[in-house]
Design a protein around this ligand. Sequence first.
Ligand code: ADP
Length: 397
Amino acid sequence: MSDTSAHSTTSGTSSPYASGSVFHRLNPSDIKYRDEKAKVLRSYIVGRIIGEGSYGKVKEAIDSKTKKMVAIKILSKKTLRRVPGGEASIEREIGIVESLSHKNILSILTHFPIENKQKFYIVLEYMGGGTLTHLLENAPNKRLPLFQARKLFLGILGALEHMRERHILHRDIKPDNLLLDDDGDIKLADFGVADVVSSEIHNKLRENAGIGSPAFQAPELIASPTTGPKKPKRPNIDLIFKSDIWSAGIVLYIMVVGQYPFPIQGNIMLLFEDIAAGKFEIPDWVDPDCADLISSMLQTNPLERIGLEGIRVHPFVKNSIPKPAKSTLVGHHNIQSMWPNHDKSALASVVKKMKPQLEREEEVERAARDSFDQPGPSQEDEDRRTSQSSQSKCSIM
Ligand code: ADP
């Protein structure tokens, strides 16, 4: 995921609209400005741009049915057609994400095309706290207190364990792809280069070396055949899965130390050489259990690298750390939302205000459906269609 200036953040708690109904607290001119910018798309009230990705914008929205915030990824079909394999990769990503269901993995709520706009929409859980990159940028010395780093790491571990159960390798674990919700809980996102793992695809994975971000890439996957260690002769799924464990180890190092273990110093081949040699240092002030876990996760030989079972019983994971005073934790920075109060009642009042526009959109849609498919689909058909579009193998075009 890319960082964008549109993602400039503000603290939700310091917002003058942090509590109470948003419309009770705003002055009338503010309300006009805010309403002017909101648009209705199907049953969603769409607000500001909250991110910009490789294939399109991400906007915040209110789901008028659930009265909850969501994020909508808007993909232009034209752009997707221009990118080699663009359409297929989105379809694959949706299929993979829909095969997963875990509190630390970002869910796709639904997806649908709108033909006359030549757009494809993916509705996601809303992550109001921005990315882990944002959190670290705002942290003193760019690192987190041990308690907080451990809590986020436990979330990443939960996601990894679930993916391992479902045989999914993420292949791009990094702070940009770890999002925080309004409560500061973490979810793994962006399964754009993820793959379903089997022993047979081991060779393919190696051929695809270079996928993901170089600084997070495991030695056994790095691009250069001269620098990468020899791949194991008989790989099993657990062994293949070790490359995601390596990337998670890099993330843990960055959260705790505030720097990269293998910094990029201009030349990517030098970076790969450092990775292949496993040349990195852990400062001696790092908690010994945490340092030991990082070392075990950053073993260059995947056979010697710790597995998920080992991580689960490692002292850094097993032994809780006393919770420090709240003030010592790094606060996540909420996205500057068009609706700063995300309470259900505040969002319900926005929905109420937008009711005429929502009803108009519903009528337009119904008319379009009726003219397209006589007689028009019943509500039952429509419900079935929506649930099929979010459950079945997706087809964008
Ligand atoms: P990319 O195409 O680079 O993978 P995305 O399109 O997935 O990136 O996301 C671009 C940016 O939008 C992210 O960096 C993040 O800041 C924001 N974003 C993506 N998904 C969400 C979400 N569910 N909730 C809030 N912000 C999001």
